[in-house]
Design a binder for this molecule. Structure first.
Ligand code: UDP
Length: 473
């Protein structure tokens, strides 16, 4: 009997990074490759609930394992900043336990790691196997990271006080393969980095390390970012920078979220009119200020649009501006009027597939963007952190599959309740909204082709499977 190849997969310890690597693992397992999926203990327990779990997928097997992340559990218990920072610390602390685990496993043919885990390259080198890196965001964001030194040199990023020099109004055209973009829409996470900042140097190291990876997989699809793919291939000097997305976590029978999904909301959706519901979600880490929560609540109330809101417990930044009491009142009123439903964590892909869905008010996290795109649901972009501003700009201006909320500069870039109502009405009640819905459906068809047999992402995945099976990575 021919032995199945075994791949060790290790995600960056956050939901938005775990999901696409998990989906990639399911697909590789279905193609006859065994996977050892390594999470931090904490995420492992939240995902599968025990120490070691085996899950069979037609021809391959996925074994879930946990390793130490070196971070005290209590560091994760706080709000947004604590959990984000703890994940960043954990992502470095995982390196040693991961390497120790690797030496205990037999027959490993390659390591597939999140591209953010730069240390995985050195670990794979020492262990003597190829490393495949998964970039879970889009091609354009990889290019912006790659060209960070240029962007800082030109003064578009890494400026101490962006507001003082008209910096935000600069049109950035110097990144080959990225559509012109105003500096205000560049990833906020890079905005304040500077040449002396260790975060900046780390980013450059990680992206440069991709030159040594055998393959770089990107959670996007060629039809969406073909110029960017070519540009990044030139920079990295490899044809093995390939798009394999969207990697949507589908129903595989196993748990796929760190939170448990509230399936009851699907029944509620069944009772709503087709195309009528606005789904609201800010993903797994973003948080919003009380003043912004008030705008959304008031704006939504004014439109009377039915909504389903996935609201994590730590979504609201603790501040005096919007109290727990106001929120409870809103919940009560919402229930009484039957306008909407609030759950802590929704089965998002199933929600977006539901015929009742008409729009997605989203923080523009890349997985959420791809999921909406795949299901043909237009996006109302409310970016918060990371590369979300850039995603939002592309959604509204380049791809025209959604709208963005305009912020009021006089009010410290806040979105007013009138603006919330205006944008929702535009999508659901006006001609422009109908055009956007049509384009969103067209994009959905392109996505389906890309991931179907013969499509661009499908072909790239098949090439990868063959390379793993025949030891030609
Ligand atoms: N998600 C979900 N239920 C929710 C909210 C989010 O399943 O109630 C999933 C969503 O489908 C996506 C992921 O969590 O796959 C969030 O990733 P994304 O890149 O959109 O944002 P991040 O959490 O990284 O900011």
């Amino acid at each position: 009997m021919v032995e199945r190849p075994r791949v060790v997969a290790v995600p960056f310890p956050m939901q938005g990074h775990i999901s696409p690597l998990l989906q990639l693992s399911y697909q590789l397992a279905a193609a006859g490759i065994d996977i050892t999926f390594v999470n931090t203990f904490r995420n492992h327990e939240r995902l599968v609930g025990s120490r070691e779990v085996v899950s069979k997928h037609s021809s391959g097997v996925i074994t879930f394992m946990g390793i130490s992340d070196g971070v005290a559990a209590k560091a994760f218990d706080g709000g947004f900043n604590e959990s984000l920072n703890a994940s960043l610390v954990a992502s470095d602390e995982m390196a040693k336990p991961f390497e120790e685990l690797l030496w205990k496993l037999d027959g490993v043919s390659c390591v597939i790691s999140d591209a953010y885990l730069g240390w995985a390259q050195a670990v794979a080198n020492r262990f003597g196997v190829p490393r495949v890196a998964l970039w879970t965001s889009n091609v354009a964001y990889s290019l912006v990271n790659y060209h960070l030194p240029l962007l800082v040199e030109k003064g578009y990023l890494g400026v101490k006080d962006p507001s003082s020099v008209g910096f935000l109004d600069n049109l950035v055209t110097c990144v080959p393969g990225v559509e012109p973009i105003y500096a205000r829409d560049l990833p906020t996470v890079l905005r304040y980095d500077s040449g002396e900042d260790p975060g900046f140097a780390n980013r450059i190291r990680k992206i440069q390390a991709l030159k040594h990876a055998s393959w770089v997989l990107v959670n996007s699809f060629e039809e969406l970012e073909s110029a960017g793919v070519e540009s990044m291939r030139r920079e990295l000097g490899t044809q093995n920078y390939v798009t394999v997305g969207p990697l949507l976590v589908e129903d595989t029978g196993g748990r796929k979220s760190l939170w448990s999904e509230d399936e009851a909301c699907l029944k509620w959706l069944d009772s709503q009119k087709p195309g009528s519901v606005l789904y609201i979600s800010f993903g797994s880490i973003a948080s919003i200020a009380g003043a912004q929560m008030r705008s959304i609540v008031k704006g939504l109330g004014d439109t009377r649009q039915p909504f389903l809101w996935a609201m994590r417990k730590n979504l609201l930044v603790p501040d005096s501006d919007y109290s727990e009491r106001s929120f409870q009142e809103f919940m009560g009123a919402t229930k009484a009027q039957g306008q909407g439903l609030i759950v802590e964590w929704a089965p998002q892909v199933k929600v977006l597939q539901h015929r009742a869905l008409g729009g997605h008010l989203s923080h523009c996290g890349w997985n959420s963007v791809l999921e909406s795109m795949a299901m043909g649901v237009p996006i109302l972009g409310w970016p918060c952190v990371a590369e979300q501003t850039m995603n939002c700009k592309r959604i509204a201006e380049d791809w025209k599959i959604g709208l963005r909320f305009t912020t009021d500069d006089a009010k410290q870039q806040l979105v007013s309740d009138e603006e919330v109502a205006r944008v929702i009405k535009k999508l659901f009640c006006e001609g422009e909204g109908r055009e956007i819905k049509k384009r969103a459906r067209e994009f959905s068809a392109i996505v389906k082709t890309a991931v179907s047999p013969g499509g661009s992402s499908h072909r790239n995945l098949e090439r990868l499977v063959q390379a793993i099976k025949f030891g030609r990575l």
